[in-house]
Design a protein around this ligand. Structure first.
Ligand code: AMP
Length: 413
């Protein structure tokens, strides 16, 4: 199937060609006709499947076909809500690239940066607005955003919106748009609350599933290392010195873990950047830019910080800590070996993570090959180290924190 078969108009076909895309991806083949037919759509697809173009192209086409006369200025006709700033920027760039031969205008608004330039662009008028929930609601309160002409609403990475506590904001944003509108919901996974949201706001949606699961697990080379927890850093250094080269994404479970590994790798002369929830917006963007441009070749991340970010052409993924959710393993390794390149994933498993290997293997239906020839083998009889809370020694009484302070507690990612 070609993009022409999808009945796309010439200004879009030209831009697609300039992007170097030859055939539509599966999610594009399935989603584009439904969006053009003005259906509500729920698509389960993760980043890397080409899902952004799957909604951006038909939205541009629908808006292009019924452009208003310029009188009264441009009105926001399509609103894309995205959980993270990086993702919003990526989506905005895609709209600009695909819409370059149309006169449709797209802009991106997100928090953490000065609001005035965003207000300036909005005042001039845009057709397509990509926004993170917080800043959008802010600007709406200030009456700088008029959502009363929205015809198409896209909720991207809905499951991540849920994880980040944005679901109520999303519902609020939906209620600010006209009742009569087309809604497209994209989500990598479909937790109950996302289903619930979909059931309340979408109208007879068509469902599309693009499972990357098995294919990623079969095309990416996978190696498993059983290693004591205390030796993981040494094993990582050993592999970086002797085996793993090129652009490498390393996953750790916690922010603390990310920082600790970063310090060790820098001490050992490696060029490293990190992404996690505590970093400022500018730092995160700089880190991503440096990694994408090849200035540094190692990026250490937590799952949530890396979700939805388009990091392509990776040579290797290291699962420094194994994820406790098996689907997360598939998402992680699916980032390497994209677009026909064969990638490698290296997973470190300590005694207390052995259960995770079992559930991952059940999901992917592949026995991950184990590398036994390495300097830090795990004693097969080693027991999981369980950190028990101290019986005595703490001068503080249990539960000393007030409910209010517990609520304020920062999330760990
Ligand atoms: P996404 O899943 O939207 O983050 O897209 C992942 C990557 O695939 C992006 O870098 C896109 O530029 C690229 N892409 C999207 N559609 C196609 C296509 N039909 N052919 C080749 N690359 C594509």
């Amino acid at each position: 199937m070609s993009f022409k078969d999808l009945q796309l108009i010439n200004p879009l076909l030209k831009a697609i060609e300039e992007q170097g895309y030859t055939i539509p991806t599966l999610v594009q083949q399935k989603t584009i006709p439904l969006v053009l037919a003005k259906k509500d759509v729920i698509t389960s697809a993760q980043t890397g499947t080409g899902k952004t173009a799957a909604f951006a192209l038909p939205i541009l086409q629908l808006l292009f076909e019924k452009q208003d006369a310029p009188k009264g200025g441009k009105k926001i006709k399509a609103l894309i809500v995205s959980p993270t700033r990086e993702l919003a920027l990526q989506i905005g760039n895609n709209f600009k690239a695909y819409g370059r031969h149309t006169n449709l205008r797209a802009t991106v608004i997100f928090g953490g940066t000065s609001i005035e330039p965003q207000i300036d662009v909005l005042t001039k008028g845009v057709d397509i607005l990509v926004a993170t929930p917080g800043r959008l609601i802010d600007l709406h309160k200030q009456e700088m955003v008029d959502l009363s002409h929205v015809e198409i609403l896209v909720l991207d990475e809905a499951d991540l919106m849920l994880d980040m506590g944005f679901i109520d904001d999303v519902k609020h944003i939906e209620s600010l748009c006209p009742k009569q509108k087309q809604i497209l919901l994209f989500s990598a996974t479909m937790p109950f609350k996302v289903e619930q949201l979909a059931n309340t706001i979408l109208t007879q949606p068509e469902r599309i599933e693009v499972a990357q699961t098995s294919s990623a697990a079969k095309t990416v080379g996978q190696i498993l290392y059983y290693v004591p927890k205390r030796n993981k850093i040494e094993l990582c250094l050993h592999l970086l010195r002797n085996e793993i080269k090129g652009s490498i994404l390393i996953f750790r479970r916690t922010k603390f873990g990310v920082d600790k590994l970063e310090q060790t790798l820098i001490k050992n002369g490696y060029q490293v950047e990190t992404l996690h929830g505590d970093k400022s917006q500018t730092d995160r963007q700089t880190a991503l830019k440096k990694f994408k441009s090849g200035m540094v070749n190692i990026l250490i991340v937590t799952d949530v910080a890396a979700r939805g970010i388009d990091i392509n052409e990776l040579d290797a993924v290291i699962n420094f800590d194994l994820p406790n959710i098996p689907e997360t393993y598939v998402h992680r390794i699916g980032r390497t070996g994209r677009a026909g390149n064969s990638g490698m994933s290296y997973s470190f498993c300590s005694a207390d993570e052995k259960n995770y290997v079992q559930t991952i293997q059940q999901l992917i239906q592949v026995q991950i090959p184990v590398e036994e020839q390495h300097p830090y083998p795990l004693d097969p009889k080693a027991k999981a180290i369980v950190h028990k809370p101290k019986q005595s020694g703490s001068k503080h009484k249990k539960g000393r924190k007030s409910q209010a302070s517990k609520k304020k507690k920062k999330r760990w990612y």
